[in-house]
Ligand binder design. Sequence first.
Ligand SMILES: [Zn+2]
Length: 72
Amino acid sequence: MRVYKVVKCPRCGFLQLTTASRSVRCFGCGLSWSPEPDSILFSSRDLEKARSFLLKLKRGEGVEFKKASEAD
Ligand SMILES: [Zn+2]
């Protein structure tokens, strides 16, 4: 059974969706790394749920996420 995981690259912080359990290739920096519990932000057998979680993360909704400085 496939499990879709939202993972965060330990090197560049790139967020992506993967079904891999042993080795993930980062689309951001090209690093191959092994997902550990700390770097798996979400997992589900439902692709749509995993995808919508990823989209929310990328939009910075409901999670701690780097925000652009508002002071100028
Ligand atoms: Zn990366």
